[in-house]
Design a protein around this ligand. Structure first.
Ligand code: B12
Ligand code: SF4
Length: 665
């Protein structure tokens, strides 16, 4: 049979579609090998890759276009995977497929489908079969029984008895692969790995976590059975990927890699001479100095620590039960051995009080004051997840306010929102639990932090010197927003306006915020080239714009020097005084590697360069400046010099209108 597996439409943070995660889906490539071994022909369709490449627009026609592309492969069966936050896409695509080909069997799997198999099958006739839990050992039998819908002998399957029939049946069982070493090598070849531009490759290291935090579905899905592939198997997987793709950097996927330190040490021993680098997830109470050192020696470069809350009280309530005193020493140890840490926190818990949220924010603030090179910080909104203890207690009291988290797939179709509202239990991640704190305070904290991260650790940590801590900064900004009647969103511009109001337009902290936001915007600015500099386009019609990452600033403190001073005084809690902050002037920032070089420029050059914020011809800039200054025209040789130095680069669409008479020469 020809089986097409369909990857998730998961979104990247901050909704930057060019940053879509196009890594091979480890569940699907594991299933693909098993299906191939059973004699089937398998392909994987990844909508993220299609969207990222521009072949598939992420708009209201997404579902129809995806279905069209899938049907073009003429599959005998389709299998979709889904998370809660991508289920709308799976549902709508399946609906389109069924409409076009009612007899085409459509399977669904993954954690979300496992938790809600009955609800999904009973309400959405587009799906025929849900394969629950870990599916490697059941998929061959499911495929064999697909035509006759005969699954009675297969554990962990739920199905509709005939196409569009209302009757749903289900077998008992929660399939689990006891020995992960028995799994065949995953079919990475179903993704064009060589052409995905991946920094590292994901490799499944194991499954299951023995803990049972109230917000996390891992314990339900993998049944708290902690399994790690043997060192020989895991290193063998890495070696194979190294030989085939030249990969040397890996992400070892496991919710909690370090639970069994002896197994981790064995792996370190087995991998240490390979020269690979790798990253994992851990708890701060499942690592120690010796382990971190051995991991670092064996190539570990990054660790993800789910801390979840800075409040000890909440640590108990959500059953994460971390000793928060371990965090900073652990970060110190990791930093000392050269491991970059990610500290992830969550707000929005039903039981969270203002003091708990403040503790979380202040913990983030303390992290910000640490070395920025070896630490990444995140603040997420709690998402209700089916299959969790929280959901079992509060899943029937979900509320909806249309808030868009960074994870949920966008609602693109006309009736998508109706589905979300009508089925809160299934689209739980678009909703929120009733909570002690006003929802608005959760939303503001998450949005503020997401916007503030753009400023970078140094500038953000410096702002804390004026407010004492992150919770106080967030509270002041929130109060200002309410009093000022701010109508915009909670973004960088809100932070700038708040600082301008609170500390003053002329204050050096305001300059720093402007500078950081300006550089971030410049880094994200698209430059559309298209042979603009080539001889095919006459010189007068060539348009230029500021080079990628380059920015100009008028009336600004010397922020490059300021940031150096701030870094030099990192241990101090004291803001710089006016004398230390220096005078204001005009600056050109030119991107260089990860950073930039600042040049002091005169106001006339600044005004001229500012015109290249969007694509302009030299003629247009000269004319605009002449109008502005009553006759002053910049030296065209100077403009050409800026272009040669790539301060301004060819950009924008060529104007093919006839050249103005003066320029025709
Ligand atoms: C890698 C990973 C990611 C990656 C890639 C996700 C992906 N696979 O598409 C990234 C970084 C993008 C990611 C992001 C997020 N993730 Co994530 N992630 C993981 C992680 C750590 C590993 C996934 C994995 O490779 N597992 C191993 C493979 C073998 O398992 P599997 O994919 O589940 O597949 C098996 C079965 O599910 C089943 N199966 C799956 N699909 C199908 C399809 C068919 C047809 C069939 C028959 C069977 C089947 O068979 C497979 C083999 O046994 C898991 C935790 C975990 N340990 O699984 C969380 C997990 C999947 N993530 C989760 C969540 C919540 C998120 C986020 C919302 C952020 C967050 N809060 O963590 C975002 C959402 C992304 C978005 N924008 O929508 C939850 C999902 C909960 C849910 N019910 O949906 C998990 C389970 C973690 C958790 N315990 O909370 N994640
Ligand atoms: S949050 Fe982490 S420690 Fe807690 S159950 Fe989930 S995977 Fe385990």
């Amino acid at each position: 049979m020809r089986l097409t597996l369909v990857d998730n439409m998961v979104l990247p943070g901050r909704h930057d579609l060019s940053a879509l995660d196009v890594h091979p889906h480890l569940g699907l490539i594991s299933l693909a090998t098993v299906a191939r071994q059973a004699g089937h022909t398998v392909s994987v369709y990844d909508p993220k890759r299609e969207v990222r490449s521009g072949r598939l627009a992420y708009d209201g026609a997404l579902y129809a276009r995806m279905a069209h592309a899938l049907l073009a492969e003429r599959p005998d069966a389709v299998g979709l995977t889904t998370l809660g936050c991508s289920f709308i896409v799976a549902l709508k695509v399946a609906t389109q497929l069924k409409r076009a080909e009612p007899e085409l069997p459509i399977m669904l799997g993954g954690p979300h489908a496992t938790m809600l198999h009955r609800e999904i099958l009973e309400r959405f006739p587009a799906f025929d079969v849900v394969v629950r839990h870990e599916a490697e050992e059941t998929l061959p039998d499911v495929l064999a029984g697909l035509e006759r819908r005969c699954f009675e002998h297969v554990p962990g399957v739920s199905w509709r008895t005939a196409p569009a029939a209302a009757q749903v049946r289900s077998t008992e069982g929660r399939p689990l692969v006891k020995d992960l070493d028995t799994l065949p090598a995953p079919a990475y070849d179903l993704y064009p790995v060589d052409h995905l531009g991946l920094d590292y490759l994901r490799v499944e290291a194991g499954r299951g976590c023995p803990f049972a935090c109230t917000f996390c579905s891992t314990a339900t899905f993998f049944q708290r059975s902690y399994r790690l592939k043997s060192p020989q198997r895991l290193v063998g997987d890495l070696d194979r990927l190294h030989e085939r793709y030249g990969a040397t950097d890996f992400k070892l996927e496991h919710d909690l890699f370090t639970v069994n330190r002896w197994k981790v040490l064995d792996f370190c021993e087995a991998v240490r001479d390979r020269g690979y680098t790798w990253r994992v997830s851990a708890r701060v109470d499942c690592v120690d100095a010796e382990l971190l050192e051995r991991m670092s020696e064996a190539g570990c470069v990054a660790m993800y620590f789910g801390i979840e809350s800075g409040s000890s009280r909440l640590q108990r309530t959500i059953k994460k039960r971390l000793d928060l005193d371990l965090l900073e020493p652990t970060l110190d140890m990791a930093e000392r051995v050269g491991i970059t840490s990610t500290v992830s926190l969550i707000t929005g818990y039903p039981e969270e009080e203002a003091v708990d949220q403040d503790a979380t924010l202040d913990l983030l603030g303390r992290c910000l004051r640490r070395s920025e090179r070896r630490l990444v910080t995140q603040l997420h909104m709690l998402l209700p997840e089916p299959g969790t203890e929280q959901y079992a207690a509060l899943g029937d009291r979900l509320a909806y306010d249309g808030y868009k988290t960074e994870f949920n797939a966008w609602l693109l179709g006309d009736d998508d929102e109706r589905y979300v509202r009508d089925h809160p239990d299934i689209f739980a991640t678009y909703h929120y639990y009733p909570a002690t704190m006003p929802r608005e305070q959760h939303v503001f904290a998450v949005d503020f932090y997401s916007a503030a991260r753009v400023l970078g650790h140094t500038v953000l940590a410096y702002l804390l010197r004026f407010y004492g801590g992150l919770s106080a900064l967030v509270a002041s900004a929130r109060e200002w927003r309410a009093q000022s009647g701010w109508a915009g969103s909670t973004d960088g511009e809100l932070i700038r306006a708040f600082i301008a109001h609170d500390l003053g337009e002329d204050h050096h902290a305001h300059s720093l915020v402007r500078y950081a936001l300006g550089l971030a915007a410049a880094r994200g600015r698209p430059v559309r080239g298209g042979g603009q500099g080539s001889d095919a386009v006459p010189a007068h019609a060539r348009r230029y714009q500021l080079g990628p990452g380059n920015a100009v600033f008028e009336d600004l403190h010397d922020c490059g020097a300021l940031i150096e001073r701030i870094r030099a005084s990192a241990r101090s809690q004291r803001p710089l005084d006016d004398r230390e902050a220096g005078a204001r002037g005009c600056y050109l920032a030119v991107a260089s590697g990860d950073g930039c070089v600042n040049y002091a420029i005169d106001p006339a050059t600044c005004a001229m360069l500012a015109m290249f914020a969007s694509p302009r011809t030299f003629d247009e800039v000269c004319a605009a400046l002449a109008a502005l200054t009553g006759g002053y025209e910049p030296d065209r040789a100077y403009l050409q010099h800026l272009a040669d130095a790539e301060v301004i680069v060819p950009g924008g669409v060529a104007s093919l209108e006839p050249a103005p008479a003066a320029a025709r020469g």
